[in-house]
Design a protein. Sequence first.
Length: 590
Amino acid sequence: MGRLAIWLKILIEFVLLFVSWGVAAQEADLKTRMAEALRYTGVESPASEDVARMTELWTRAQQPGLSSDDRRTALRDMFTLYAKLHGQDPSSRPGGMEGLARFATTTLEAGGSMNLALPEPRGTPQGNYLHVETRGNGPVPMVLIPDFGVDGGKLYGPFAERNAGAYTMTIVTLPWAGAARPLPWPEKLDYAARPWLGQIERELLALIDQPKLKGAVVIGTSSGGYFAARLALLRPQRLRAAVVVDALVNATMRSAANPDAPASLNERLTRLQAVLPTPQLFPYAPIPPADELRRLIDDPNSTHPSARNWWTYAVKDAAFSKALTFEALSSGFFLPGFEYRWELLTTDLTEDLRHLAVPMLAMGAVHDEGSPAQSPPSLSQWDEIKLLNPQAPLTVVAFEDSRSYISVEYPREFDRALADFLAGRPVHGRTGTSLPRTSPRASVTEAVGGGEVRIAYGRPAVQERKIWGELVPYGRVWRAGANEATTITFSQDVQVEGHALAAGTYTFFVIPGEAEWTAILNRAPRQWGAFNYNPALDALRFPVKPAESPQTEYVTYSIEPDGKNGGVIGMAWEKKRIAFHLGPASPGGD
């Protein structure tokens, strides 16, 4: 028995040693792949202790049976370290790190996972990746560029049928959609280098330079509008006009130093070095087989992190949006969509459009209440560009109660606006009614002096919430209402708290403080919330003192006369009220 016990002990020790060797080898392999993943994202020489810590957190976050709180903590710590390795200070955005960790936790617990393998294939693009088709035989050459992930023929097909006799249309499909070739992933993730946007732009420039497209009209929808704007800037001598449809040329990003101001282009480039790639360091839920994918897209209550009706932001027609989503997800667009997104975030054409020479029409959607895209910056962004560059040949029109693909949403109005623009006639968008709001819309209009003042605003309710300092933070710009930012329209020149202000419509914001508030009248009129608020467009800032007032459940504005020619604008909510005075444009005026 003694010998058997000795042999058993030796065998057990050998097995334990073998297992420990296997565990050590696995850990070493994970660390090697983690170091490769970090180098791929731009951390050139990651320190061994940082690699070890990242690997430890990455492994722990995916540990079976871990509580949600512990998983979220591991992810938050990993994302924080990742940001620091890219030279960022995540302490300035603690809420952002926590929100990212919560989303990643939900994805992991819904079946997602992280994989340190680098994306394949990687390399330099070779040849052409756009798919191009021609429709129609009209006298006006036209190039149509769709959104990312969408077959151009399917998006613009109905438009092409309606206008076959008016235009000869070159319809483009961008890489990773329809019959277009997928682009190879870059050798290293460097969003500022814009490898995919650059390749697409080079191919579009070569297309525009073809003799048959001399004098073409270029139209771009959503992300495609970015390329339409770039073509207008780079080939003004080749184009007759450009049309951008609910398009972004400056995706929203707030400054880390001042969250109430937009980030500069340099800040965009710096901060995007710390954007998390997928799926190496962020969980990704694989796309299910076709039948299950269709079922999940069709299920409005689906919580699958990847397989949902992503295109519902673009068009109200449920069947069409689901078809677009199914085609994009089943063709592998989900992950490439992130590469496109981050590259676009490094761009800002606001300054470039100062040199716009080609007539441009910007059609902006005012999204309906049922749309998931309730803070679209498109319309206010183009209003801002027009205000900053009044000399630019830019026309901006709104399509109310719409979603992003306006040519599909309202074909008759879209065709009319396009035809009027090309003919040099006044261009009109669409006015319409929205669904009832959770925070109802309200307005108040009064005669003040010899003119009229109108305030339009959303009315959020208190609903037993703590408002000041929590729901509405101190020291941050607030829309002074709900949904669309509050607007105040003066029919004639006025004085506000003794400051001269020209007639017109202004967006009204406030910065609440415990003892004093700052009131702001901003020149960009069509904003959603304060997401795109730009202090460079402030027409007037002045201090106001908050006063205690009776409980007011809904935000309420009032305009009261004050003497012969003056008035007082008041805003009350919860148990606070502010007020400021209006007067005639000149003392003693009528």
